[in-house]
Design a protein around this ligand. Sequence first.
Ligand code: NAD
Ligand code: DAU
Length: 360
Amino acid sequence: MSRNILITGGAGFIGSNAVRHFVNKYPHYKIVNLDALTYAGNLANLKDIEGRDNYEFVKMDICDFEAVSTLIRDKKIDGIIHLAAESHVDRSIADPFTFARTNIMGTLSLLQAAKNYWQPMGWISESGAGCKFYHISTDEVYGTLSPEEPEVLFTEDTPYSPHSPYSASKASSDHFVRAFHDTYGMPTVITNCSNNYGPNQFPEKLIPLFINNIVERKPLPVYGKGENIRDWLYVADHVEAMDLVFHKGESGRTYNIGGMNERTNIELVKALIQTTDRLLGRQEGEDLGLIHFVTDRPGHDARYAIDSSRLREELGWKPAVSFNEGLEKTVRWYLDNKEWLEQVTSGEYAEYYEKMYSNR
Ligand code: NAD
Ligand code: DAU
């Protein structure tokens, strides 16, 4: 069946990996990539699919309700995969308003624009057939788990308890998505995913920032004691889950996505140093001295860990890329794509980077 799918935030890290997947795997779909190209959006991520018949890029702000409404109508959009967001926790601490604007108001703008088009078309039916609004969210909405209770994981029933302005804005957007399902019958689906890593991730996030610093032999600023735990998932495995959930996910339902791959930050950083040193032809571990413990992130969540058994049992998903394999692929990608790294670390980002890390 042919579909006209709008992917928002498709020039970002996960979005560009998702756009490439859908364009390549579904030549009979029309994929419209809507992105405002903020500091985190980069069309160089999608050079290989530029000019494809089933792909189109539109530069647009999701908060521009009139423009989004016109686009959805003109392109006859019947499915939305919504990733556009401000995504970096440290930035949300410095500037919460931008996060509320994009993540809350932007999501509301998309929901309302989709409803205004889908309702009169008769696509919002009891069965949920005809259209779908898929919201990509985060495990951070659940708050934090205790490292002392390793058997406790986030499930889809864990109550929301966000701690950062970023996670508060994502929690709010999740609530709006559910409200549109419960109030207007919109066929919605939400996934809450753990930490992604892989190619094209902006080097403000732990893994790409640290790879870059190891290469340049700059200090690696580990927050607090490095004991915080994250559950790491290779981005391609997230995209496979997205494909399943978009096509087969039940309307009104939430699915957790996680890698079953818990690591303390310091364990992760040590593994990253070993891998990067090896691939650079340096002596493995010779850069361990770059580790530099710095002031902790305010409100820093101690542990995230995901129970993704609903997604596994109901939709048959499981991650295919092991942590060691994923880390190696990722480091190789950054070493092979120095131009990309130089491009995104120049200009506005360089200033931010200087301000952020100069006094640590
Ligand atoms: P990213 O920061 O790399 O990309 C975000 C994209 O959204 C960029 O291309 C940016 O230009 C675009 N954008 C920002 N504001 C916009 C606006 N107002 N209008 C249109 N486009 C706008 O983010 P990411 O890491 O790829 O995350 C994508 C989504 O996945 C986000 O919703 C995030 O909350 C969620 N998520 C991320 C992770 C992760 O580990 N990175 C994990 C779980 C969920
Ligand atoms: O859990 C999913 C979330 O993962 C996503 O929703 C977010 O969009 C994504 O940015 C990510 O959030 P984190 O805050 O967990 O990712 P980040 O890479 O910023 O940090 C990972 C861990 O490393 C976290 O415990 C903070 C720590 N850290 C991070 C940076 C940038 C450091 O110790 N030093 C650093 O310089």
